[in-house]
Design a protein. Structure first.
Length: 128
């Protein structure tokens, strides 16, 4: 792999991971995350712009830190437990820039956006 390679050539395509409405419940997000087996879901607003991410790590922290009953958590908006406006990268950026951002931010999943702020892919550290 060349670090000068562009992100779009290595990203996971949009049909291979969940991209969900920002108002979806935690239960629906978990169902989608289980379907794709990636441990991550991206959230978009009504204009299809990227607004947040939920990862398996967020779910572990939720279980360890929240004292709410599980049924109450499952009907809550999933994005409440994720990260709003997380790190992301543009589809024409280089893999070396993506790796540096992932290392600096200590993250494994990096949403890939186009110039309009729409999710077009996902980089996962295991794929680099």
């Amino acid at each position: 792999m060349s670090t000068n390679e562009i992100v779009s050539s290595r990203m996971i395509k949009i049909n291979s991971f969940p991209i969900l409405d920002e108002n979806v419940s935690l239960k629906s997000a978990l169902d989608s995350m289980s379907k794709y087996s990636l441990g991550v879901a991206c959230f978009v607003n009504k204009q299809n712009q990227f607004v947040g991410i939920l990862t398996d790590g967020d779910l572990r922290r939720l279980i360890l830190n929240k004292q709410s009953p599980l049924p109450a958590l499952l009907i809550t908006s999933a994005i409440e437990f994720g990260t709003r406006s997380p790190k992301n990268i543009k589809e024409n950026d280089t893999i070396s820039k993506a790796i540096a951002l992932m290392d600096e931010s200590r993250i494994w999943d990096l949403p890939v956006l186009n110039e309009l702020g729409n999710v077009v892919g996902l980089l996962n550290r295991h794929n680099l």
